[in-house]
Design a protein around this ligand. Structure first.
Ligand SMILES: [Zn+2]
Length: 107
């Protein structure tokens, strides 16, 4: 017979940290370089980030790939205000119950 393991509960702050890591919302904003209009796309609750590791960043570590994931340029976007189709900058925002992390800088 095995002894029944003792149940231990996580401290709330540790639980909140794990909860925030696995239940976050991924929004994105695209800024028009011509008129400055910002279009925001409300994301849904995600549990995982799929970060592209290609193309390779020479001597790059995870934070370099994460920076690229959080802020990148798009060429297939037409501004809904001025209809300009030039290359735009898109940033992603990760929201959790704890705080908001945006395009490389904490808010
Ligand atoms: Zn525009």
């Amino acid at each position: 017979m095995f002894e029944k393991p003792e149940l231990k509960f996580l401290e709330f702050r540790i639980y909140a940290f794990f909860d925030a890591l696995h239940n976050f919302v991924l929004d994105s904003s695209t800024t028009c370089t011509t008129c400055g209009h910002v279009s925001t796309n409300q994301g849904k609750t995600e549990g995982i980030l799929s970060i592209e590791l290609r193309p390779r960043i020479s001597e790059g570590d995870l934070s370099d790939y994460l920076d690229k994931y959080m802020s990148y340029s798009v060429t297939d976007y037409k501004c809904e205000k001025c209809k300009d189709t030039a290359e735009k900058q898109r940033t992603r925002q990760i929201s959790t119950k704890i705080r908001k992390i945006s395009g490389g800088e904490a808010q």
